[in-house]
Design a protein around this ligand. Structure first.
Ligand SMILES: Cc1ncc(C[n+]2csc(CCOP(=O)(O)OP(=O)(O)O)c2C)c(N)n1
Length: 662
């Protein structure tokens, strides 16, 4: 292996050697602990350390790095103590996730490291968001994100590189090509000659390096980072290396030809650099021995100290509370004092009004979505926004929901707020992983907020068929860590959207397309918020109640106006997560007969949760079984007559009759 020290001093070379040796020695200790049964799982990076260490040291200390499961050297090179890491790996209270997540699945703002989730690819989009925040605030910083060659097959890789290229974001995408993804060799993973060749297809620079050569790693990343800080753009770096052990220790290496191990053992990054330093007399055998003895003693002591640390004590209330970033909404209500005005607004205009006032209030709020810039969005909600707020904050995105939600989380991690507009709520499936696994779980895992609102133009009634009409709120109400709101009126739409934008937690904001232009109301002109989690009693009667939300509220109102003889309470939930148990209990007690109505399909729709809760907590007040009126358990058909028959409303009168006559 050829080393070129360029102008590095002996002290600099020594520093690189120390940073390279240390994780190797930690890993050797891990293998012993594993054999002794003292630790569970370990993803070894032995033989790959030059990549993590060289690239980490090449970055500035306040630049973000997003490593993978084999990159111990990133953490040690950033100065995190082994005791702290060990506490994390062993699920101790003092670990980065307080025992809630495993291995390297954590982030730490103190060290500017954002760890992966198990799904491998999603973090590449987070790097985009982090870099976008740096670019918007003109910070001249680079972001470094790792991926294995296996994870380059995920759509996340393609989406993140494409977004970074289109937006010219200063991200170094580093592929650690170690020959195998679990047992899958590279020729079963991709069909191009070199992964770095893909750079051309994304319109970015690509560089291939010997990942086992610490100086080549360090110099390549230093040069690229220096350049892209001032000339923002992404680069793809393919680092060639080899996985010298199993995927994880228990999984063995039978599928790897022995000669590959032999060839790569010759290129061991630590040994190679060591002999270079001996040759050039930067190091002596004696100095190496002394250093190793020192590290060995330190490692032993820190491991023992971590083992002795306290375990987390189960505390259900704390676990639930930590799903969300603490936030006390300062309720800004529109006042009825003199001077406050209202304007008759369509539901759609109220949403647009809220977004505009949110943008004015939060200069760090960025809007992202397909066609939302000059075109104004599929429903024209952001019409005129570019003129007022500029294209940097009102961003057209490529068609890649996953990367954009991930980018939103990256923006939040780096000090921004983000709103993502799904063109139709149906398309959220393509961003589902980022929402339910990244946005929802980040605060619980390592205490970082996910200050993101996802707007969801939802629902049927326009004959748009199975992929432009779904009600999918129950996918999200089921996921701890998300808040879900669903306003039914223009005024609520404004107040809840402004509340969602203030809240540092991820909020899934449903807005019904059918109501966009069909419903108007006097909406306060001033900025105001409504509390998330509070229902509203729309009508009050003692005979029965309909508990509902969204378009269901309007179906219930229509039913009430067609049956003026029935004394009916209608409760609009407005928020589905958290939802207003107090208001539900009150309306059940006041009426004794409960119909839960929603546009979503029946089975496991949100109504099932309300019904179960009422049965458990309000049983004594019921004069009839809790009944549900929901849409058919089918996909949504396009044809008008079929769609009408599908929707819950077509069975509401009949269902109510059953309830009232019970
Ligand atoms: C979405 C997803 N699918 C499958 C897995 C299971 N899995 C974990 S690591 C891995 C191999 C990853 O290979 P590569 O990206 O090359 O990284 P390496 O482990 O070689 O460092 C697989 C298949 C996963 N974690 N996530």
């Amino acid at each position: 292996m050829q080393f070129d020290r360029k102008s590095k001093t002996d002290a600099e070379l020594l520093q690189l050697y120390q940073a390279l040796l240390y994780p190797r020695m930690v890993e050797e200790k891990m293998l012993i602990l594993l054999r002794q049964g003292k630790i569970g799982k370990w993803f070894s990076g032995i033989g790959q350390e030059a990549i993590a260490v060289g690239s980490t040291l090449a970055m500035q200390a306040d630049e973000y790095i997003l490593p993978m499961h084999r990159n111990l050297g990133v953490f040690t090179a950033r100065g995190i103590s082994l005791q702290k890491l060990m506490a994390q790996w062993q699920g101790k209270l003092n670990g980065f996730t307080k025992g809630r997540d495993r291995s390297f699945h954590f982030g730490t703002q103190a060290h500017k490291i954002i760890g992966m989730i198990s799904h491998l690819g999603p973090q590449m989009a987070l790097a985009d968001g982090i870099a976008l925040a740096d670019k918007l605030s003109k910070k001249a910083k680079a972001t470094l994100v790792y991926t294995g060659e296996g994870a380059t097959s995920e759509g996340d890789f393609h989406e993140a590189l494409n977004v970074a290229a289109v937006w010219q974001l200063p991200v170094i995408f580093l592929i650690e090509n170690n020959g195998y993804g679990l047992s899958t060799p590279t020729n079963e993973q991709y069909n191009c000659k070199h992964l770095v060749d893909r750079a051309l297809g994304y319109g970015m620079q690509g560089v291939q390096v010997d990942g086992n050569n610490i100086l080549e790693m360090y110099d390549t990343i230093s040069d690229l980072a220096r350049d892209i800080r001032h000339n923002p753009r992404p680069v793809l770096v393919e680092c060639l290396t080899f996985r010298m052990r199993g995927h994880e220790e228990a999984s063995g290496v039978k599928y790897v030809p022995q000669e590959l191990f032999e060839q790569w053992a010759e290129k061991d990054p630590v040994k190679q650099f060591e002999s270079y330093l001996l040759q050039t007399q930067v190091l002596s055998e004696q100095a190496i021995e002394t250093l190793k003895a020192q590290y060995k003693a330190e490692i032993e002591a820190e491991v023992e100290a971590a083992f002795a640390e306290a375990e987390p004590a189960p505390n259900a209330a704390l676990e639930s509370a930590d799903m969300y970033a603490p936030f006390q909404a300062a309720q800004v209500r529109h006042s009825s004092t003199a001077g406050s005005t209202t304007t008759e607004k369509r539901y759609l205009d109220a949403i647009s009004d809220a977004l505009k006032q949110g943008m004015q209030k939060h200069p760090n709020l960025v809007l992202m979505g397909q066609d939302i810039a000059e075109y104004g969005g599929a429903f024209k909600i952001t019409d005129g926004f570019v003129a007022e707020f500029g294209k940097e904050r009102v961003r057209n995105t490529p068609i890649c929901e996953s990367a954009i939600v991930g980018t939103a989380l990256g923006l939040s991690i780096n000090g921004y707020k983000a709103m993502v507009e799904m063109q139709f709520a149906d398309f959220v499936t393509c961003g589902f992983n980022q929402i339910v696994n990244n946005l929802a779980k980040t605060h619980y895992r390592w205490g970082e907020k996910a200050d993101v609102v996802v707007r969801m133009p939802t629902g049927a009634g326009t004959g748009a068929g199975p992929f432009h009409s779904q009600s999918n709120e129950a996918w999200f109400t089921k996921t701890p860590g998300l808040k879900v709101v669903y306003p039914a009126f223009p005024s609520d739409a404004k107040g809840l959207l402004l509340a969602a934008l203030e809240d540092p937690n991820p909020v899934i904001y449903f807005e019904h397309k059918y109501l966009y232009r069909s419903l108007t109301q006097a909406v306060p002109d001033d900025y105001f918020t409504l509390p998330i989690g509070k229902a509203k009693l729309i009508t009050e009667g003692s005979q029965a109640c309909i508990i509902t939300y969204g378009l269901g509220v309007h179906w219930a109102l229509e039913y009430a106006s067609n049956h003026p003889d029935i004394e009916l309470s209608i409760l609009d939930l407005r928020s589905l997560q958290p939802w207003d148990q107090e208001a539900v209990a009150a309306v059940v007690k006041a009426t004794g007969k409960v119909m839960i109505l929603h546009e979503d399909t029946l089975t496991c729709g949100f109504g099932a949760e309300i019904a179960a809760w009422i049965a458990e907590h309000c049983f004594a007040y019921l004069d009839a079984p809790v009944m549900r009126c929901a849409s058919l358990d089918t996909a949504i058909p396009m044809n008008k007559a079929l769609e009408e028959d599908f929707l819950a409303n077509s069975r509401l009168a009949e269902s109510m009759q059953k309830l009232l006559t019970y």
